[in-house]
Design a protein around this ligand. Structure first.
Ligand code: NAD
Ligand code: AHE
Ligand code: ZN
Length: 375
């Protein structure tokens, strides 16, 4: 079938809106009509050419919501008409990782996903007979896409696609990093580096967990009011603090008898490896936990003095907020529908597919929190 897609033909070039061909679902696959998709910084990262797994041509996009319109042989968990959110972290419930109960990083289809193909090793997308790669197993920058059945979460039908698509990455990543990965407790002191589409969701997760002090750090002063809107208690612009950022943050957290200072939890939501080090070192001696959410380009490495770890700080990472997609995503949709978490104000721009490159520009200029393309 013909579908409309924004195709990434080459790194660093704008996406091209064109008609491509999509084959129907094979065994254990589903065809989804994508109703809406968010634009995440990770899409921009891959388009920049710095992703070690970046493939071209491809159809990017991994933050969608839509409806099942066809199912391949053997599919049992969803049916035509079901509302779903595509999952770049699937949940097969059978692989050693899923069965371990220690991680959300299902390994059932990770290798083919990284090669830009479906689990049988082929792509469903093509243009003039030449294959186009899938992206993160999702390719939501097309109005129809094919996914393995283990990579869709069935959600309630009254949830608006143009809002809950954000649960397909940003919301779940930010809120999940707090609740699943860091397991933040009431009264905690936390620092969030980078107040974009992910960082603001970390902040609302911290508010949900009952954190007392939530310091937001961003180089863009416009993000101050955004952080405050979701529960941030203090704002720091590193450009205004100079080289003393870590001691400055540590001082802010000193309270009463505890004059050592440092946050109980810090979160990197920038993808900048210098910031990752600052986030670790701004943690409290003995117990502070720093969670890396940001994705850094191929070749970048993180560094710190081993002393920082010897003295009890812990470095952790999280993908998709530690969420098990088929199990947890429908619950997060419920949280949104029950007004336990907010999404609407973070969606600052709603665009047509033809305007998708504007969404990337808005992100790069720090003018959007989330842009959503509605088909
Ligand atoms: P974004 O562009 O919306 O936000 C990034 C924010 O960081 C901006 O507000 C920017 O001003 C700020 N920033 C940049 N450099 C900074 C610095 N040196 N110090 C402080 N603030 C700085 O991006 P996003 O969509 O929120 O994504 C954030 C990161 O998270 C990206 O690296 C993205 O690839 C990654 N990500 C990871 C996961 C995961 O599962 N681990 C999921 C989604 C996104
Ligand atoms: N191909 C990238 C991997 C980047 C990465 O870590 N991606 C996150 C999701 S970011 C969503 O916006 C993730 O899920 N990681 C776990 C995994 O298995 O990829 C690179 O840098 O090589
Ligand atoms: Zn993302």
């Amino acid at each position: 079938m013909d579908v409309r897609a924004a195709v990434a033909f080459e790194a660093k070039k704008p996406l091209e809106i064109t008609t491509v061909q999509l084959e129907g679902p094979k065994a254990f696959e589903v065809l989804i009509e994508v109703k809406a998709t968010g634009i995440c910084h990770t899409d921009a990262y891959t388009l920049s050419g710095l992703d070690s797994e970046g493939l071209f041509p491809s159809i990017l996009g991994h933050e969608g919501a839509g409806v099942v319109v066809d199912v391949g042989p053997g599919v049992t968990s969803v049916k035509k008409g079901d509302h779903v959110i595509p999952l770049y972290t699937p949940e097969c419930r059978q692989c050693p990782s899923c069965l371990s109960r220690k991680t959300n990083l299902c390994t059932a289809i990770r290798s083919t996903q990284g090669q830009g193909v479906m689990p049988d090793g082929t792509s469903r997308f093509s243009l003039n007979g030449k294959p186009i790669h899938h992206y993160m197993g999702c390719s939501t920058f097309a109005n129809y896409t094919v996914l393995p059945e283990i990579a869709v979460a069935k959600i309630r039908e009254d949830a608006p696609f143009d809002k809950v698509c954000y649960i397909g990455c940003g919301v779940t990543t930010g809120v999940g990093a707090v609740l699943n990965t860091a397991k933040v407790e009431e009264g905690a002191k936390a620092i969030v580096f980078g107040l974009g589409g992910i960082g603001l969701n970390v902040i609302q997760g911290l508010r949900l967990a009952g954190a007392d002090m939530i310091i937001g750090v961003d180089v863009n002063n416009d993000k101050k009011h955004w952080g405050e809107r979701f529960g941030m208690t203090h704002f720091v612009n590193p450009k205004e603090v100079g080289n003393d950022l870590v001691p400055h943050l540590v001082n802010m957290t000193k309270k009463g008898a505890d004059q050592i200072g440092g946050a109980d939890y810090t979160f990197d939501c920038t993808g900048n490896t210098t910031v990752m080090r600052q986030a670790l070192e701004a943690c409290h001696r003995g117990w502070g936990v720093s969670v890396i959410i940001g994705v850094a380009e191929a070749g970048k490495e993180i560094a710190t003095r081993p002393f920082q770890l010897v003295t009890g700080r812990v470095w952790k990472g999280t993908a998709f907020g530690g969420a098990r997609g088929r199990t947890d995503v429908p619950k997060i949709v419920d949280w949104y529908m029950d007004k336990k978490i907010e999404i609407d104000p973070m969606i600052t721009h709603t665009l047509k597919l033809e305007e998708i490159n504007k969404g990337f520009d808005l992100m790069h200029h720090g003018e959007s929190i989330r842009s959503v393309v509605v088909y």
